[in-house]
Design a protein around this ligand. Structure first.
Ligand code: MG
Length: 269
């Protein structure tokens, strides 16, 4: 079901009263997917809407796999709350706050980084995000072949250094063996900001943790949380499986934000 079919039902509690939060992924949700991860930008319309929503809601937060410094600078909205590296880092008082457990695994990440540099193919981009490593293969000649070839290689490097390997859209990630993901980040934000209702938006495998967490929190009666999956050409099946509702791409997310803004404005006047 698409989100606009649920504005009078599942989404209704998001229009207040009570403390409402909007928590969103960035890439592929607020910004169109681009070949160079460095070129990704939140659409001007979404940026405007997020700034306006921040004044209406109890919380507007972005949760991303990107390093939190990168995410914060890229969004360029200082009033928002940011969690990077899938929740391993938070931007607090203009500083990076790293989960202490993550710090302990930095030497293992550095050793993995040295291994990676000798092994990746041309077109692959190894990114050191401090608390995690990302290996992008969108720009290789044949991304599907690169995925097949490197999936066992990444697994092996992860195992060797006591790390965990994850796969996303044209990306492998090596992360410390800590049970922090976008789902636990979402749960933490709901708790810390005492949200009565919350929505999570995301498009990728790692967002599925937060999408299913939303359903879980709602079913447990802890928060009226709703997960919206964002469709794309190469959307992982698990996104649809975990989401309560769908949005048809980045431009439909703009429409959702616009609806949320006018609905919450209407209810607060
Ligand atoms: Mg994404």
């Amino acid at each position: 079901m698409y989100w606009h079919e649920a504005t009078e039902t599942l989404l209704k509690p998001l229009t207040g009263p009570g403390r409402v939060g909007l928590i969103s992924d960035m890439d592929g949700t607020l910004s169109p997917i681009v070949d160079q991860p460095d070129a990704a930008q939140i659409t001007p319309r979404s940026k405007e809407l997020l700034a306006a929503l921040q004044k209406k809601l109890a919380l507007v937060a972005l949760v991303s796999g990107r390093a939190v410094t990168d995410l914060t600078a890229r969004a360029g909205l200082p009033q928002l709350v940011y969690m990077g590296n899938h929740g391993l880092e938070k931007w607090v008082d203009e500083q990076v706050q790293l989960t202490p457990e993550a710090l302990q695994h930095r030497p293992a990440l550095e050793a993995a980084l040295r291994d990676l540099h000798g092994q990746v193919d041309p077109g692959m981009l190894v990114e050191d995000k401090g608390a995690t490593l990302s290996i992008h293969y969108r720009q290789t000649a044949d991304p599907a072949a690169a995925e097949q070839k490197f999936s066992p290689v990444m697994q092996q490097i992860a195992t060797q250094h006591g790390l965990r390997c994850f796969a996303g859209r044209m990306i492998f990630e090596l992360r410390p063996p800590i049970d922090v993901d976008k789902g636990s980040a979402f749960e933490m934000l709901v708790r810390d900001y005492r949200l009565d209702a919350a929505v999570y938006l995301g498009d990728d495998t790692t967002d599925a943790d937060a999408l299913s967490k939303a359903r879980q929190l709602r079913e447990q009666g802890r928060c009226h949380a709703v997960g919206i999956g964002v469709e794309s050409a190469d959307m992982p099946v698990i996104v649809q499986e975990s989401a309560d509702l769908m949005a048809s791409g980045v431009s439909d997310v703009e429409s959702f934000l616009s609806w949320l803004l006018s609905a919450s404005s209407a209810s607060s006047t």
